[in-house]
Design a protein around this ligand. Structure first.
Ligand code: ATP
Ligand code: MG
Length: 456
């Protein structure tokens, strides 16, 4: 029933048992094993106090990762295991952190502090499953149910609300009725939770297979973390290309891109600028001129506020900026785009455009054929090992210096050459490139003049 436990985790349990302590696998790993998938990591709960746990694992690498909360991390055969003493959390006065931690004398008390019934089960080989709150039944029913009174639990720690939506999106589950009601009611408390913790849950939510359904069902909850999304909700396109309002379109589009964070974030944010840029044409059609630029502005604020890493931010903003760009089907244009974005980002952009088109009126599917052809063309262009950057040109600064180019004139000349190569008017061959420069010598002396005038 439980599949196999990674050997280091099993050995850690055995060592604690041999030393006379209780020890259980708890939380996410038990849930994942019951679902039949391999746990990402193993958490253990034990009756041993942190000092006792350290003594049991003497000789191993033991990190005092959260010793104040009773957690030590033991590195067994390269696998980090979080081992936490049974505990009950103290009172919460700020909807974020327990005021204090008290060690508990039994597993049940430890399970009772956990967020959802499916996360509150414990298992140990030879001892079986401990399921005090009906987690197994909820797991079978696809149900997220808070342990205890949902309102109380969400007031203690509002992050649990977002965790609930995250697990629903990742596992394709639904919130139980009372849990759902409390999640909506106490969502405003999410403003007290740190941006990083919210962003981590939001990221996992977005990459879940049921992300679109959760976005559609909980805009007001998510709108506490990202108020900028609220104007999209129910905002009609009034445009023949669209069959959904802006928020529903967004949610459907999210489901249509691969589950990688930058793509999912870009899809979430791509049309945020629409409500601000709406205009009604004389033909009665809604238009959103310049909305990508407005979306970029809003997205930048959101990604910065939520402290997403710089690289993620930069990737997402680029995809949002160009999500609506028309990419012409010619090798020249494709080479230009590959030069501008780099191959990886270019293919990501095609995914974004595909996701966007898939969430529009079905009559608009011709766009999908266009994107398929572009993808094929990009593959062919790349197969020719094209020169896409100045660095890949068959000539470099050294040759240009020998020709008499100096300073900034070198860079200018190289960019001019790359331009011709991308356009397909020059082959990327040394003699052809140098010959071209000789023939267009006017530019060279101009470059030199600039250089010398700069010096005087
Ligand atoms: P994942 O697969 O993402 O690691 P997980 O269930 O293991 O999911 P973690 O954040 O690693 O989630 O937390 C481990 C366990 O700790 C949870 O299963 C849950 O029992 C408990 N837990 C985590 N965060 C909270 C919280 N905010 N409130 C109550 N219990 C929590
Ligand atoms: Mg975990």
């Amino acid at each position: 029933m439980m599949g196999t436990i990674a050997p280091p985790a099993a050995r850690a349990l055995a060592r604690l048992h041999e030393a006379g302590f209780e020890a259980w696998l708890v939380g996410g790993c038990v849930r994942d094993m019951l679902l039949g998938c391999a746990p990402k990591d193993y958490d253990l709960a034990t009756s041993a106090r942190p000092e006792e746990t350290k003594a049991v694992f003497q000789g191993e690498t033991v990190l005092e990762t959260g010793i104040r909360h009773g957690t030590v991390t033991v590195l067994l055969e390269g696998m980090p295991l979080e081992i936490t003493t049974y505990r009950v959390d103290g009172a919460y006065s700020d909807a974020r952190h327990p005021d204090g931690v008290t060690f508990a004398d039994n597993l049940r008390a430890d399970a009772a502090r956990r967020d959802f019934t499916i996360n509150a089960m414990a298992y140990a080989p030879g001892q079986g499953l401990r399921d005090y709150f009906g987690g197994q039944a909820d797991l079978r029913a696809g149900c997220l149910r808070a342990v205890g009174d949902p309102g109380t639990r969400f007031q203690e720690d509002a992050l649990r609300i977002l965790r609930g939506l995250r697990f629903a999106a990742v596992l394709d589950f639904s919130l139980e009725e009372e849990t759902d009601r409390a999640a909506r009611r106490y969502a405003p408390l999410l403003t007290k939770v740190s941006a990083e913790r919210c962003a981590a849950e939001l990221g996992k939510l977005l990459c879940g297979p049921a992300a679109g359904r959760i976005l559609r069902a909980y805009p007001a909850v998510l709108g506490v973390v990202i108020p900028e999304l609220l104007p999209m909700v129910g905002f009609a396109h009034r445009n023949a290309h669209h069959c959904y309002d802006v928020w529903t379109h967004t949610a459907v589009a999210v489901d249509h891109v691969p589950p990688r964070l930058p793509l999912r974030l870009a899809m979430l944010l791509h049309d945020m600028g629409k409500p601000d840029t709406f205009s009604l044409g004389e033909d009665g059609q809604g238009h959103f001129y310049g909305h990508p630029r407005r979306s970029v502005e809003l997205a930048e604020g959101i990604l910065t506020r939520l402290r997403f890493p710089r690289r993620t931010r930069e990737q997402v903003l680029c995809l949002v900026r160009y999500h609506d760009a028309v990419i012409e089907e010619s090798p020249q244009r494709v080479r230009r785009w590959l030069n501008k974005l780099g191959p990886e980002r270019f293919f990501d952009l095609l995914e974004i455009q595909r996701g966007d088109a898939s969430a529009q009126a079905p009559a608009y599917c011709t766009r999908l054929d266009h994107l398929r052809r572009l993808e094929k063309m990009a593959g062919e262009v790349l197969a020719e090992a094209p020169c896409l950057t100045v660095r890949e040109l068959a000539v470099g600064g050294r040759e240009l210096l020998a020709l008499g180019y100096q300073g900034p004139a070198i860079g200018t000349a190289l960019r001019r050459l790359l331009d011709c190569v991308l356009e397909g008017t020059l082959p990327n061959e040394k003699t052809a490139l140098l010959q071209y420069l000789e023939q267009t010598d006017a530019k060279k002396s101009e470059g030199k003049r600039n250089k010398s005038s700069g010096e005087t």
